[in-house]
Design a protein around this ligand. Structure first.
Ligand code: ADP
Ligand code: MG
Length: 588
């Protein structure tokens, strides 16, 4: 917890003790309730990249569940809380499993659909009081203290806000959190590091739903009555406004956004009817315009725009750093040198009419560096994608250590010990180099959602971060560990990808053009690193255009042209091969 957080808590604690007018306490309570929902959206939308217009429905679930159980059966609000959370988790799980798969614009549309249906569901149920709702709900009691007044429930609301902040930050600062941050840029990289991205999306969704239902529970027992209006689509849109305006990338943005939007809306609701008459909801139009304006000039929201004004030393470090020492992670046993590790057998990939990989067959032996070369468009990257499960082969068999892997998803292939880099670098530019590398260690940790949220994962996290730092040292980039990955030169970013792949503890390393963009000295360092890895028993399959580099480093070469194998053998022999000279070297 940093100084800013402590200051924030101290300010919250003294606010009701000062002679603050009741009106402001009520405002603060509403802001707290909104903030809890918006913090869920930080994880779901801001970090995870899944836009939801339907969060108000979960607020409604939490509110109605507790309100109904309390008024119909006299259940205590605390039991209502548990029931509400259980209900929204279940509903979120089912809805999420159905809608989280939708891509592009279909996902937001799906959230609008269920946002609307819940509103009418609340409004049409006889036992929920139809559109009149439910009244005479009991206040929450803590021991013998009933939280009836705004002052009294204030502390509970803001305690939930603070806990939501902690839970979200803890989750983001974990192996799952790193992978969640990778979701936005597409799932290929996260899956290649072993993350189950469909599951992670569901985790974000359920997490956000639970926070929303907590807010609903507090609302129902503060207001002491509920009706469908605050849980409709309008409210869902406003929650999204709050998260996006405040800066959906950080929990503080959500709180700022909740405060900003609710205060502004209040002002607009008093000012606008005087100007335009009271027949329309003009404030939503003004808010919409403001959002568009904001997205033009401060795309990441108010919070990042504000913190950018602070001196760098106030902003703190990008990541938590790595402990100086930690117990080493277990290491995979390496296959015996010289035995066949990977065998590609008549593998074919067609893209429509184009045969990108034409019945390719070759083998990588344990402990060798095999170069896969060929002109641009020869099908080398496609071959990598077939081996690592990013693409599925039209036909053919890929075996790794004797096991057929051509039908396995990426995350299972990396688990077996094949790690890769990408020709088009796939790092998270805003995340620190260290955290990017630690993504590779995803499968070497085991902490799940609950342990991460409760911060019981610290020992393991220390090990993962330490391992990430060790791999950065190994590739010679430890001095850049805390820089944002996007600030590195492209050549260095490629080396970071190698460190990330090494973090997977592979037995076979697939490198797609790792030397592209490196300077001469850096290439020499890379060649030295790869030779060292080979000496340690690592097997490497490398695509590279720099012939000098390839000829010096590789034990054997496989040459492709138009998807087809045209030659293979030791470098000296391949260099003399007429077909190769014609197709490839001759063209240089
Ligand atoms: P290399 O890595 O050897 O330069 P690639 O494997 O990237 O070559 O591409 C081989 C051929 O397959 C190229 O003609 C390329 O345009 C085509 N190709 C690659 N990926 C796709 C895809 N997803 N859809 C259609 N064609 C593709
Ligand atoms: Mg390529």
């Amino acid at each position: 917890m940093n100084r800013f957080f402590l200051l924030f808590i101290a300010a919250l604690a003294v606010l009701p003790v000062l002679p603050t007018p009741e009106f402001w306490i009520t405002q603060a309570n509403y802001i707290g309730l909104y903030a809890i929902v918006a913090i869920g959206l930080v994880l779901l939308t801001g970090v995870g990249g899944m836009t939801s217009f339907g969060q108000a429905a979960f607020v409604g679930l939490g509110a109605y569940a507790s309100a109904y159980l309390n008024t119909a059966y006299g259940l205590s609000p605390w039991l209502g809380l548990m029931a509400g959370v259980a209900l929204s988790m279940t509903v979120a799980f089912v809805l999420g499993a159905l809608t989280m798969r939708l891509s592009g614009h279909y996902l937001p549309l799906g959230t609008i659909a269920w946002g609307l249906s819940f509103f009418y569901l609340f409004g049409n149920m006889e036992f929920l009081g139809r559109f009149d709702g439910i009244g005479s709900i009991a206040p929450i009691a803590v021991g013998s203290l009933e939280l009836r007044s705004g002052h009294a429930i204030y502390y509970l609301i803001w305690a939930v806000v603070v806990l939501s902040v902690l839970a979200t930050q803890n989750l983001l600062d974990s192996r799952l959190g790193r992978s969640i941050r990778a979701l936005k840029g597409g799932v290929v990289m996260a899956e290649a590091m072993g993350a189950r991205t469909a599951w992670l999306r569901l985790v974000c969704f359920v997490f956000a739903a639970v926070l929303a239902s907590l807010s609903g529970w507090l609302y129902a027992h503060m207001q002491r009555s509920v009706n469908p209006t605050p849980f409709g689509l309008n409210a869902g849109i406003e929650y999204l406004f709050m998260a996006v305006m405040g800066g959906a990338g950080s929990v503080w943005g959500a709180i700022l956004g909740a405060g900003f939007v609710s205060l502004l809306k209040d002002q607009l609701q008093t000012v606008l009817p005087k100007l335009f008459g009271s027949s329309g909801n003009f404030e939503i139009i003004v808010l919409g315009l403001l959002l568009i304006f904001l997205l033009q000039y401060a795309r990441h929201g108010l919070w990042p725009a504000l913190t950018a004004l602070l001196p760098k030393s106030w902003r703190g470090q990008q990541d938590q750093g790595a402990p100086a020492s930690a117990p080493a992670l277990p290491v995979r046993s390496r296959p015996a040198l010289g035995q066949s590790l990977l065998s590609v057998d008549k593998v074919r990939k067609e893209f429509g009419g184009l045969v990108a990989v034409n019945d390719m067959a070759f083998e990588v032996k344990a402990g060798e560096v095999l170069g896969l070369i060929g002109p641009n468009g020869a099908g080398k990257s496609t071959m990598f994608n077939l081996i690592t499960g990013v693409l599925s082969a039209t036909r053919g068999v890929v075996r790794y250590a004797g096991q057929e892997i051509q039908n396995l998803p990426s995350r299972d292939i990396v688990r077996l010990g094949i790690a890769r880099t990408f020709q088009h670098v796939k790092l998270l530019p805003g995340m620190s180099v260290l955290d990017n590398v630690a993504l590779g260690a995803h499968l070497r940790g085991h902490a799940g959602v609950v342990r991460s949220v409760l911060r019981l994962n610290r020992a393991e996290e220390g090990q993962l971060k330490h391992e990430a730092f060790r791999q950065l040292e190994r590739v010679g980039l430890a001095h850049l560990a805390h820089e944002p990955a996007g600030s590195l030169a492209l050549g260095q970013q490629r080396i970071v990808e190698i460190a990330r792949a090494l973090c997977c503890d592979p037995a076979l390393l697939l490198l797609d053009e790792p030397a592209a963009g490196l300077r001469h000295k850096e290439k020499e360092a890379l060649a030295a690193l790869l030779s060292r890895l080979r000496a340690e028993g690592m097997s490497v399959l490398i695509v590279e255009h720099d012939m000098d580099f390839v000829m010096k480093l590789c034990d054997r070469l496989v040459v492709m042209e138009f998807g087809t194998l045209i030659a293979q053998g030791v470098p000296a022999q391949v260099q003399q091969d007429p077909a190769v000279l014609q197709a490839y070297l001759g063209g240089l």
